[in-house]
Write a protein that binds this ligand. Structure first.
Ligand code: 6DJ
Length: 649
């Protein structure tokens, strides 16, 4: 109630209200160790929270998703702040449009949701490099997530910008942020550098004050190195884990205070080439109910997953490099398209046994649209647009340089050299030490020869005349977001070898594909007179109107192999139909122009197109398509033996 309204009330009622209404100076969120609970404004409080990542949802849909979370019975939302999403270059900050973190905080307030904030600096989250900016790797010897002075200098500089902006949003300052996490599952990272964690804790305290609750989150195996005196210790585990055993372990670190599971897994992530992950509704709800019975506070990871648009997906390393899919549906209670699922209603029912859930129905699933099939026309081979894709021209070096060395953080780079002698018999072309990071599309004089892939495909056999152009298009499939070492450099990490010759004298073309795609592809852009062959990295596009009012839709690319999609200049993400399990890409309705206007779709197909280059828009997702299982080849690339045949191509 606005302060001026209070003045006309009878004094007794006024007195009563000022006692009931929390005032900024009495707002508090604290741990009550005497009764193993939280207190909000002095009253017992338990949060039932869900994770939603604003950076995976178009801004225009934030309010919709948060409203559905509130209507599900949640009283808090938990989210990360990806450093690389807001500081694209050192000292350059972006909090605009879909990066407007403070607009998202406001939407959470409007949805009557408290906030549990996780600003990192590392966030994992299957996000590119776990949220750390790739430009950190321009200092190749930097030791990430340690007290390395170069790393701490960049962290301090970032947090001295971010945290003062967060300060007014803290609950006791009148905002909605009740707690803030320091780092992320640090106990799972081999460095175990406690001076780094102490530095972070000191920095957070210095910039946020001493009232805000700071906490850590680790898996059961990470508590030893992830927890820190002065930070409240919380844990993460899923439905299949032994809650009693894990909470007993947590009690060794927090003997008193509320039990907290900061990441209760409602589903799981997907990798290209692996089966689609799900978690059953009964298992998820049983585990949730057991925790709520204990009085624990719980955050469900994810409550709404969203999408890894553009090049933002991360990767894991489990025996081999595993890039995360474009969809981050996570089998979450709210689907990637924002629709309530049976899992949501089952969770809502559990929550209602313990606390009030808002009355009223949840919104129904959003309207969906089918369209097509649409035929795409061939705009031209990628090489034909090289002048436009790399307007500043190539960088010359005797040995190939990494993406990071030429300040290219994401996407694609072309490596070019010329054969110094004729190779008349097929000769092995390979890169030592598994040095293709991550996929290479090889052309000789513009003719597509095939693919090399990190851990998966180590060699090709090539021929070529003296002076022939050898082009290697390198695709960065997303940097490791979890694992022993997140210094995941991209590009040709070693000079390739053809036959017995180490290839030197390279031209590197960092490619600005997104800039080009915002243009139309008039044929006059094409300089080359030779006919454009539909093989290897090639652009296709078409325009199309939507019918009636339209709706969300799912792009289906039957027969296509692998590539990138843009709709009206927006980078929708990667497709890999040939590899699976994801077969469709979510297209939010707000990306499309209304009926009467023409939408433009552009594909960069990296390998091979179907006989008829057509696409369709479906009214439902396909996230568990047939997986073309891929097997690990012999990692010793030196072995001349042909690696195991891949069934994935
Ligand atoms: C065995 C799991 C170790 C890696 N931790 C994971 S995998 C899925 C989730 C998200 O990445 C989340 O960002 C992590 O904090 C915890 N977690």
């Amino acid at each position: 109630m606005a302060p001026q309204k209070l003045l006309c009330l009878p004094s007794l009622l006024l007195l009563l209200l000022t006692r009931l209404l929390p005032q900024a100076d009495t707002r508090s969120f604290v741990v009550d160790r005497d009764h193993d609970r939280f207190l909000l404004d002095g009253a017992p409080f338990r949060y039932v929270s869900g994770s939603l990542h604003y950076f995976r949802v178009p801004r225009v849909l934030w309010a919709d998703r948060l409203f559905k979370m509130r209507m599900s019975g949640l009283n808090a939302v938990q989210f990360y702040v990806p450093w690389n999403y807001h500081e694209p270059e050192p000292g350059v900050y972006n909090f605009n449009a879909s990066r407007d973190l403070f607009a998202f905080l406001k939407e959470a307030t409007l949805a009557n949701l408290l906030v549990i904030l996780r600003p990192g600096p590392y966030i994992c989250a299957e996000w590119e490099m776990g949220g750390l900016p790739a430009w950190l790797l321009r200092k190749p010897k930097i030791r990430l997530r340690t007290s390395d002075p170069d790393f701490l200098a960049a962290v301090d500089s970032w947090f001295k910008v971010l945290l003062p902006k967060i300060h007014p949003w803290l609950y006791h300052n009148g905002g909605n942020i009740i707690s803030i996490q320091v780092e992320n599952e640090y106990g799972s990272y081999g460095a175990c550098d406690m001076s780094y964690m102490r530095h972070l804790a000191g920095l957070f305290r210095a910039l946020l004050g001493d009232k805000i609750l700071l906490f850590t989150t680790d898996g059961p195996e990470g508590l030893k190195c992830g927890s820190l005196q002065g930070l409240y210790t919380t844990i993460d585990f899923g439905p299949a884990d032994n809650m009693t055993k894990i909470f007993a372990l947590l009690r060794k670190y927090e003997p008193r205070g509320p039990l907290v599971n900061s990441e209760y897994y409602t589903g799981w992530l997907d990798y290209w080439g692996q089966n689609h992950s799900t978690r059953s509704v009964p298992a998820v709800t049983k585990g949730l109910e057991n925790m709520l019975k204990l009085g624990a506070s719980v955050n469900m990871y994810m409550f709404h997953g969203g999408t890894n648009f553009g090049y933002w997906n991360g990767a894991d390393e489990k025996g081999r490099f595993l890039p995360i899919t474009t969809s981050y549906d996570y089998d979450a209670p709210i689907s990637e398209a924002g629709d309530p699922t049976p899992k949501l209603f089952a969770i809502r029912n559990v929550i209602s046994k313990f606390q009030e859930v808002p009355l009223g129905p949840l919104p129904p699933p959003s309207p969906k649209m089918m369209l097509g099939p649409l035929s795409l026309h061939l705009d031209g081979n990628l090489l034909a647009f090289l002048d436009f894709l790399c307007p500043q021209g190539p960088i010359h070096s005797i040995l190939p340089m990494t993406f990071e060395a030429v300040n290219q953080d994401h996407g694609y780079m072309l490596y070019r050299t010329y054969l110094i002698h004729t190779v008349s018999e097929p000769a092995q072309f390979w890169v030592p030490n598994n040095g293709v990071h991550d996929r290479a599309y090889v052309m000789v004089d513009g003719v597509f020869q095939g693919v090399l892939e990190r851990n998966m495909k180590h060699n090709l056999f090539l021929t070529g005349k003296k002076g022939a152009k050898l082009d290697v298009l390198l695709e960065n499939m997303g940097r490791l977001s979890f694992g022993s070492n997140s210094s995941d450099f991209k590009g040709l990490l070693e000079p390739p070898i053809l036959g017995q010759t180490v290839l030197t004298q390279w031209l590197m073309f960092p490619l600005k594909v997104d800039n080009l795609v915002k243009w139309r592809f008039p044929n006059q852009l094409l300089k080359s007179s030779h006919p454009q062959t539909p093989s290897g990295p090639t652009f296709y596009s078409t325009t199309f109107p939507i019918l009636d009012s339209g709706g969300d839709t799912f792009l289906f690319l039957p027969g296509w192999t692998k590539g990138q999609v843009w709709i009206n200049g927006f980078n929708l993400g990667r497709y890999w139909t040939k590899r699976g399990p994801q077969q469709t890409l979510y297209v939010p309705r707000p990306l499309l122009f209304p009926r009467g206007a023409l939408n433009k779709i552009t594909l960069l197909e990296l390998e091979n197109v179907p006989l008829r280059p057509q696409i369709q828009f479906l009214d439902r997702p396909i996230l568990n398509g047939t997986v073309h299982k891929t097997h690990i080849c012999s990692l010793s690339a030196e072995s001349a033996s042909e690696p195991m045949e891949l069934s994935g191509h």
